[in-house]
Ligand binder design. Structure first.
Ligand code: CMC
Length: 436
């Protein structure tokens, strides 16, 4: 494959197949890797591209989030993640991701009002949640609940109607917070607390999760800030597993609720969003097993029983995950503030210290990812480990919605339908069961 771009011509690369050069047009990136188009390759050459895990395949053009994995850079709509996390609220970031620009005061207030209006659950929804086992994993309930929104609101499921999509967007942002607080309440045997439109999105989420109906509850500003920051850090991450899932499901013209529910399911896996829960389980296991961080790390390096250092490694980041750096700082501050500095933080810090200088991790570019320290903060706030991944989902909601909307509005969108390289039996004659 060679690059052949004469001056002033659109860039192409050439693929030589059986001695014949085929020009493939290049889509130029504004930042990062450009891509060459292979969509006519099968027609022109009889060949498909094969890329398990899509490690080198761009599935779309996107203007939402930029990651440079080698430099540890993450930007939302061009804004560096540290500046966004420091200066914005979660709903401000939602507006930025979904609309493309930072909202002005009026636009933000309108969004806050709209989201607050949609926070209550519709009649019968609480009974629907109650029909599922209270101790079910909250990700199973969350996926079912997001999916069920389409059953309650069939009037807003047309992907081609911008007004319906706008309403479904506000509903998803609002109702996911209500459902997530309900998941915690049900697991802890408490009645749900009604939303209060006069409170901020995050403050009211914390009040509905940890307060009592009619009782006074004011979340510590430092805790509101910390959760706001965590939700922002999770808000989008370009074409990851759950976001790609949302796009593929949506590419069939499935509605926004159905597409996002699929994303929630993709997120639940421990290689993806489920890692934040898995990290805490791992730390607890090291503590209760009386194991030293050194012996645990030896198991990881020897790949004993497939043990991995959860919260480490990333498909794209080959340097320190910029989100993890912010979370680590926040973990220190929040745990100090809550007087919750615990043994698990020390175990996590010990694991990180070894990993950052150990040949196994260094040679594979394995650094802490966003999930390594988040669980410790969530735990200190009062969430049990099973709730960590729903919190990730709550944070990721703006990204899923923004990516789905970008996909729907992209004229080049086609139904997601990969090819395969078939390696099974060639044609053979069917044998009736009596002759087998
Ligand atoms: N602990 C130990 N070894 C690891 C780890 C880890 N956490 N991650 C990767 N490796 C090794 C892996 O065994 C392989 O070694 P070798 O070359 O000897 O076969 C090498 O590093 C490359 O790994 P890979 O699985 O091919 O890399 P990937 O890009 O396909 O996987 C990953 C990325 C995130 C799934 C993986 O690093 C992992 O399983 N990490 C632990 C789970 C985790 O923390 N996930 C959260 C990701 S960030 C938040 C999110 O996106 O949800």
């Amino acid at each position: 494959m060679t690059s052949t771009t004469p001056a002033n011509a659109s860039p192409t690369v050439e693929l030589v197949v059986d001695g014949t050069a085929r020009p493939l047009s290049v889509v130029e990136a504004s930042d990062g890797a450009s891509g060459f188009k292979v969509n006519t390759l099968l027609r022109d050459t009889g060949l498909v591209t094969l890329d398990p895990g899509f490690t080198n395949t761009a599935s779309c053009e996107s203007a939402i989030t930029y990651i440079d994995g080698d430099q540890g850079i993450l930007r939302y709509r061009g804004y560096p993640i540290d500046q966004v996390a420091e200066g914005a609220t979660f709903l401000e970031v939602a507006a930025l991701l979904i609309d493309g620009e930072l909202p002005g005061t009026e636009a933000l207030e309108a969004l806050e009002k709209r989201v607050a209006e949609h926070a209550p659950l519709p009649g019968g929804f609480e009974a629907f949640l109650a029909a599922l086992p209270a101790q079910a994993h909250p990700m199973a309930t969350l996926a079912a609940a997001v999916n069920a929104l389409a059953a309650w609101y069939p009037e807003v499921v047309d992907p081609r109607d911008p007004e319906q999509v706008d309403t479904a967007t506000a509903m998803l942002l609002a109702k996911t917070s209500t459902i997530t607080s309900a998941l915690h309440r049900r697991r802890t045997g408490q009645a749900l607390v009604a939303p209060d439109a006069s409170q901020g999105f995050v403050a009211d989420f914390l009040r509905r999760t940890f307060g009592s109906e009619g009782g006074e509850y004011a979340a510590e500003p430092a805790i509101v800030d910390a959760l706001e920051k965590l939700l922002i850090l999770h808000a989008d991450h370009e074409q990851n597993c759950s976001t790609s899932t949302v796009r593929v499901v949506g590419s069939s013209n499935a509605n926004l609720f159905a597409s996002v529910a699929a994303g929630v399911n993709a997120l639940s896996g421990p290689a993806h969003g489920g890692a934040n829960e898995a990290v805490l389980v791992m730390l607890e296991k090291i503590r209760s097993g009386g194991e030293t961080v050194e012996t645990f790390m030896n198991k990881v390096k020897n790949k004993e029983d497939g043990v991995r250092l959860m919260g480490f490694g990333h498909r794209v980041y080959k340097a320190y995950d910029p989100r993890a750096a912010i979370v680590k700082k926040s973990a220190d501050e929040v745990l100090e503030k809550l007087g919750a500095k615990d043994e698990l933080l020390e175990i996590a810090q010990g694991l990180e210290q070894i990993a950052l200088s150990d040949e196994y991790f260094v040679s594979r570019n394995l650094y802490p990812n966003v999930d390594f320290y988040t669980g410790l903060i969530y735990k200190a706030m009062g969430f049990e480990p099973a709730m960590f991944t729903p919190l990730f989902a709550l944070g990721r909601m703006p990204g899923w919605i923004a990516q789905w909307r970008e996909m729907v509005n992209d004229p080049s969108t086609k139904i997601g339908r990969p090819r395969q390289v078939y390696t099974g039996a060639t044609e053979r004659r069917f044998v009736p069961i009596t002759q087998r």
